[in-house]
Design a protein around this ligand. Structure first.
Ligand code: NAD
Length: 255
């Protein structure tokens, strides 16, 4: 398949588990990709791994509006526009009761997971409005956007917020054929879950993993590729009549 021939794609959290795999799979289907992340070292390593598929990167902190504007400008300079925006950068924060949660860490989490997403929309929307064919925006929420979990209240709050942001953006974008949807992964077998597992059970993180797996009817974590496949569906013309929707990829966890 070559669903993304001549499509330009911007991915935040581009050196992370889900973002980098999505970028690679999209590039294999013809996309021109700009990976955006705060972690320059990881970006350089990922770009090296792309071998034959051309990919660009931009170092940016999504909580800084001027840096968000800079990565959007870079995409326009490189590609002439943005067809697909995977608004995906996020942090997991700490595991702690809400009355013990550090307020500085709370602010930082909301800054990345909510403000960073909004700043992305703020600067990408005008670029997509100029596209004759509009565009597709996918925002990474989570099963944590659909249900509560004790001791990660800030994360859950942020991922619920992403759904509200997506719904309003979908209504604003519709007249310009800009589609906006969320992808809502259950636990994914990558760095972020290793961090949360040791937050939930510092002495026996494997036990925390087993407990999560028991909450998932299909009995295991998702892979980065499984999340990427949903993102690619939402990004492609296969989903051209789909906007304003929430899309769990969760092995039945929210059923
Ligand atoms: N891993 C999971 O189990 C899981 C489940 C549901 C949702 N998610 C969401 O998926 C998205 C991607 O996470 P992942 O699983 O690939 O984890 P990850 O930690 O591998 O990737 C997140 C990326 O975001 C980047 N980032 C963090 N703060 C940033 C900032 N201020 N500016 C720019 N980049 C920044 C990190 O450097 C990292 O590369 C996140 O929004 C996360 O909340 C993950």
């Amino acid at each position: 398949m070559n669903r993304f021939a001549n499509k330009s794609v911007v991915i935040t959290g581009g050196s992370g588990g889900i973002g980098s795999v999505t970028g690679k799979l999209m590039a294999e289907e013809g996309a021109r990709v700009l990976l955006v992340d705060i972690d320059e070292k990881a970006l350089k390593e990922i770009v090296r791994d792309f071998d034959s598929d051309p990919v660009e990167y931009a170092v940016a902190d999504v909580t800084k509006p001027e840096q968000v504007k800079a990565y959007v400008d870079k995409a326009v300079e490189l590609f002439g526009g943005i067809d697909i925006f995977f608004n995906n950068a996020g942090v997991e924060g700490n595991v702690a009761p809400l009355d013990e949660y550090s307020l500085d860490e709370y602010h930082q989490l909301i800054h990345v997971n909510v403000n960073g997403m909004f700043f992305g929309l703020h600067y990408v929307f005008p670029v997509m409005k100029k596209n004759d064919k509009g565009g597709s925006i996918i925002m990474t929420s989570s099963v944590a956007g659909l249900m509560g979990t004790a001791n990660v209240t800030p994360y859950v709050t942020s991922k619920h917020a992403v759904i509200g942001m997506m719904r309003s953006a979908a209504l604003e974008g519709a007249g310009h054929n800009i589609r906006v949807n969320t992808v809502n992964p259950s636990p994914v077998d990558n760095r972020m879950m290793r961090s949360l597992e040791s937050g939930f059970n510092p002495d026996e993180s494997e036990k925390a993993k087993e407990q999560f797996e028991q909450m998932i009817p299909l009995g295991r974590y998702a892979t980065n590729e499984e999340i990427a496949k949903m993102v690619m569906f939402l990004a492609s013309e296969d989903s051209e009549f789909i906007t304003g929707t929430v899309n769990p990829v969760d092995g039945g966890m929210t059923a």
